[in-house]
Design a protein around this ligand. Structure first.
Ligand code: C2E
Ligand code: CA
Ligand code: CA
Length: 526
């Protein structure tokens, strides 16, 4: 009887152990009323099973936790690969993916998407003058303003640097242009960064989608349009047009030809007189580069200086100008004897911060026995802001040599008078855009009067450029402006004509076939 009882429990125990070992950790065996050693073994196995079950549950929980955090890390990695860490906006990769989603044949919709590319103007100046963290803040704020300008279904992306893009699914040309204008408008209000009020402008290219167009082409075309916008001046919108591709190709050709222009002797220096407004005497000239192109005729800087700047070739052109002007000043020798006469040359941004600039000028002047005070460099505020330390060092060296320094295009950049006082400059040239309406707009006249007073208070000489009429000249004289330059006094001319003007006064040019006069009519820029 007892044997049979033991056997039954043994069977149950064996069966239980088999279930446990096969993974069924919930298996338990019943303990008999006998409470003997067999029952002790059964309780022991039950306890073990209990512990194993708890242990397994914990293990499973840990595996679930680990899997969840691995998944989170994976999601984060994907996010990092797809989003810009500074602004949190989608990056180039994600944008490309979304453009492909819109343009792949399978996704073609009745209305294709439009793409807007946007590049901030003069952002580098913000970074250089206010520091990188200020620059970062500007980028974040731009991202925020862009996002608030478009719909949720649109993608605002940061492509890197100061370049942004917006993908507008199913958008007509008209709406895309509207949005581009709205963006310019949204960027307009000043941003306060590092306690400075900053105005951000942007150049915008729009590519309106076409059926069957690839995402890659769409990006390239929007980029081309943006490039055209940049070159047309700041703060404007350009819609892609196939002719623009031709223009890009054209720029490339011009660059290749320009490389040959210096060795081939195709560059010319034109001189435009500067006049004292007090006594109408000629006090100097500005040297302006021209390119006598064998096929295209006489080209003006607008046609090639921008291209030269982008490629760095502008430094070679500048070096050539320095030599050519030094040689000309040397040649004029007798013509200039006893006269107050200095030639100004324009420094590009790249030149203004190039190490050894003062040395280069010093050597060129020495070679032609030209006194250093016959030579003046013109530098724009924007150039100065781009790399204040390098350019200030160069300007100080030039000043020590006795070479003059003047600020060009004053009134077009981030002008600040307190900043003017710190510059190693002797004169400030007011941009022609400030002078334009002086004879017709009394408010502009008051404004110029104030600017002139400030320039004087900073201990600097004032120069007005772009003086085209007798009225403008008279008003500027009355307001106390020191010097004037412009078509009213004389157009840019070749050295021989300039020599005649220096000795014989204005109106003494050789005349005949003056290409500068044609320029206003014919316009070789086209
Ligand atoms: P900028 O330095 O402001 O030079 C003055 C420009 O105004 C010249 O144009 C000149 O011909 C033009 N101008 C003179 N008087 C008048 C006037 O009464 N009315 C109007 N509307 N315009 C007038 P240009 O020669 O075409 O030069 C354009 C720009 O190209 C210059 O502007 C300067 O920034 C740049 N540039 C010229 N030569 C050089 C150079 O050798 N090196 C560099 N880096 N830049 C140069
Ligand atoms: Ca100039
Ligand atoms: Ca100027």
């Amino acid at each position: 009887m007892a044997e049979e009882f033991v056997d039954k429990r043994l069977d149950a125990l064996v069966e239980g152990i088999v279930r446990l070992s096969s993974g069924d950790l919930s298996a338990r065996m019943e303990v008999s009323p006998a409470r003997d050693s067999m029952d002790a073994v059964i309780s022991g196995v039950n306890l073990l099973a209990e512990e194993l079950e708890v242990f397994y549950e914990e293990l499973e929980q840990r595996v679930r936790d680990r899997t969840a955090s691995l998944h989170a890390a994976q999601v984060e990695l994907e996010r990092m690969a797809m989003y810009d860490s500074l602004t949190g906006l989608p990056n180039r990769t994600l944008l490309r993916r979304r453009i492909d989603d819109e343009t792949l044949p399978a996704a073609v919709r009745s209305q294709p998407a439009a793409l807007i590319l946007l590049d901030l103007d003069a952002f580098k100046a913000v970074n250089d003058s206010l520091g990188h963290s200020a620059g970062d803040q500007v980028l974040i704020e731009v991202g925020r303003r862009l996002e608030s300008t478009v719909r949720e279904t649109d993608t605002v992306a940061r492509l890197g640097g100061d370049e942004f893009a917006i993908l507008l699914p199913q958008t007509t040309d008209e709406i895309a242009c509207d949005i581009a204008e709205r963006i310019l408008h949204a960027l307009r209000p000043a941003m306060i960064v590092a306690e400075t009020s900053i105005h951000i402008l942007a150049s915008i290219g729009v590519r309106c989608g076409e059926a069957g167009q690839s995402g890659e082409d769409m990006m390239r075309d929007a980029d081309t349009a943006m490039y055209v916008a940049k070159n047309l001046g700041r703060s404007n919108v350009q819609v892609f047009h196939p002719a623009m591709l031709h223009a890009t190709h054209e720029r490339f050709t011009i660059l290749e030809e320009l490389r040959q222009a210096i060795p081939a002797g195709q560059l010319r220096v034109y001189y435009q007189p500067l006049v004292s407004l007090r006594n109408s005497t000629i006090i100097g000239a500005e040297a302006l580069v021209r390119w006598e192109h064998p096929d295209r005729g006489l080209l003006y800087p607008d046609n090639f200086i921008g291209i030269a700047e982008e490629s760095g070739l502008v430094v070679d052109i500048g070096g050539w100008m320095i030599d050519a002007v030094a040689a000309q000043l040397g040649n004029w020798g007798d013509v200039l004897d006893g006269r107050d006469f200095a030639v100004r040359i324009n420094l590009s941004t790249a030149e203004s911060r190039a190490p050894g600039l003062a040395d280069l000028i010093d050597r060129a002047l020495a070679e032609h026995a030209v006194p250093t005070d016959r030579f003046i460099v013109e530098i724009t505020e924007t150039s100065l802001m781009t790399d204040p330390e390098a350019s200030s060092a160069n300007l100080l060296e030039l000043r020590e040599l006795g070479v003059g320094v003047e600020i060009d295009d004053f009134g077009t950049g981030y002008s600040s008078i307190s900043y003017l006082r710190k510059l190693p400059a002797q004169a400030v040239k007011m941009d022609s855009s400030l002078i334009e309406d002086i004879a017709t707009d009394p408010r502009q006249r008051k404004f110029i009067a104030a600017v002139l007073q400030l320039i004087e208070a900073a201990g600097l000489i004032s120069i007005a450029e772009g003086v085209e009429t007798a009225d403008q000249s008279r008003i500027l004289t009355e307001l106390g402006c020191c010097y004037g330059q412009g078509y009213f006094f004389g157009r840019p001319m070749l050295a021989a004509d300039m020599a005649a003007v220096i000795t014989g006064g204005l109106g003494a040019t050789a005349g005949g076939g003056d290409p500068e006069a044609d320029r206003a009519i014919g316009n070789l820029r086209a």
